[in-house]
Design a protein around this ligand. Structure first.
Ligand code: FES
Ligand SMILES: [Fe+2]
Length: 442
């Protein structure tokens, strides 16, 4: 299939008919998956990790990002670097740990040793090489072509000529700011991670991650749980009031470059900074104090936005930051057209008190964890979508809810239970995969 050929357009927008649809081969075809690897994952900025994961010199984590294995490390001079995890001799992985602290990496095969800065230190060979074997450094660990960070979120790019991360993030920078500005010191990844796999295409999880439309139908059991928590408190009617008014408050907003955020209102309570009676009287004062600090720093309007809005952010193509009842950073790694690995971390302010931290982690696990109220129900939906896409002949998926635009949805906004955010994502996906959006410096 020649994707340049308009007859093969996999994303079809027809404003006159208010139709927006995606061909289901985009969720299951191996040929399209290979093309995504080359163009989407070969040219977009991809999340690698957070600076707070590498606190000490020599701290490292290894990760697969866009199909390539990477070592993310703070070297002995304190600089953060990213290397391909392969020995320049005959290719063995030089690091087989998921994380740790190391001065050197010693290749398990023939014993070549590389420093934390990627320098080849010794071949451990007893003769056979000339003295100038690595005079030009070509046998040092290979660096990922580009590594840049925004507010300590590190991204890599396999295209040396890519536009800057700053430009790439576009309006998503403000959304990241709204997360980072909750901390008086800094936001940090809290230790531990959830890792799980799903038999579904990565874009199905992207769509789900900021889909306001599925909330009531899929997460009924969570709302029942909240109703139980609220029973007998002055907030007892809050759940049903929220569901009734869900699509009248907040918005799904395109942030440019295929990124989008769903701003919505669900009364879950938030450690920074929304207190609800169900959280217990002992947390009222500390949470209200955090809110007062936000107002003092950013003014009432921004503080209200930071404190009260649930934000489900997708940074194109595969990073999710859910700032809802707790903050989750969720990275989606596509392994095959119908299989993904997901890693999710909780994030919170470094200075947070023990009791607020405990509440944050409890909220993280109880909804966002792989055995929580939210994720298992979502995962089941993704897997039945994938299964049906592969085993039925129906060709198109319909994503047209709220399609009232005629131009380019990537910077528009719409009601929270519409599908504008997916329309923005797919518009970018279509442009990148067809080579229209090059994401390169002039
Ligand atoms: S492959 Fe690493 S030392 Fe030979
Ligand atoms: Fe969900």
């Amino acid at each position: 299939m020649a994707l340049e050929d308009p007859q093969w357009a996999l994303v079809q927008a027809d404003p006159e008919k208010r139709s927006f649809r995606v061909h289901r081969s985009a969720y299951k075809s191996q040929e399209i998956f290979e093309r995504e690897k080359a163009l989407i994952f070969g040219k977009c900025w991809l999340y690698l990790g957070h600076g707070s994961e590498l606190n000490k010199k020599g701290d490292f984590v290894t990760r697969r990002v866009g199909g390539r294995d990477i070592i993310f490390i703070r070297d002995k001079s304190g600089e953060i670097g990213a290397f391909f995890n392969t020995c320049t001799h005959r290719g063995a992985k030089v690091c087989r740990e998921r994380n740790g602290n190391a001065r050197n990496f010693s290749c398990p095969y023939h014993g070549w040793v590389f420093s934390s800065e990627g320098k080849l230190v010794t071949t451990n060979a007893n003769g056979g090489y000339g003295e100038d074997l690595n005079a030009d450094g070509h046998l040092d660990l290979r660096r990922v072509p580009r590594l840049e960070n925004y507010r300590n979120f590190y991204f890599i790019n396999y295209n040396p000529n890519a536009i800057s991360l700053h430009d790439y993030l576009a309006g998503a920078r403000d959304a990241i700011d709204a997360v980072c500005d909750q901390a008086e010191t800094e936001q940090v990844i809290l230790s531990g991670e959830h890792s799980y796999s799903i038999r579904a295409n990565y874009k199905l999880l992207v769509e789900n991650s900021y889909d306001g439309y599925h909330l009531v139908s899929v997460h009924a059991s969570y709302f029942d749980h909240l109703r139980d928590q609220f029973a007998g408190t002055p907030a007892a009617s809050m759940i049903d009031d929220t569901i009734a008014s869900y699509n009248t408050r907040g918005a799904a907003r395109g942030l440019g470059m295929g990124h989008a955020v769903l701003d919505s209102y669900v009364p879950t309570g938030r450690p920074v900074a929304q207190w609800l009676p169900s959280m217990g009287a002992h947390l009222k004062a500390p949470i209200e104090a955090r809110r007062a600090q936000l107002i003092a720093r950013y003014g009432e309007e921004r503080a209200d936005y930071i404190a009260d809005t649930q934000k489900n952010l997708v940074i194109f193509p595969n990073l999710v930051i859910n700032d809802i009842m707790s903050i989750t950073v969720r990275y989606i790694e596509p392994e095959a057209p119908d299989f993904i690995k997901v890693t999710a971390w909780a994030m919170g302010p470094a200075e947070e008190s023990e009791e607020l931290r405990a509440m944050r982690l409890d909220q993280f696990v109880s909804f966002l964890g792989p055995a929580g109220f939210g994720s298992p129900d979502d995962i089941e939906m993704l897997e039945i979508c994938q299964d049906a896409a592969q085993h039925t002949p129906v060709e198109w998926s319909e994503l047209s809810k709220g399609m009232d635009w005629t131009d380019d949805p990537r910077t528009l906004s719409s009601a929270p239970d519409n599908e504008l955010q997916m329309q923005a994502y797919w518009t970018q996906w279509d442009r990148v995969i067809r080579g229209i959006e090059k994401l390169e410096r002039e």
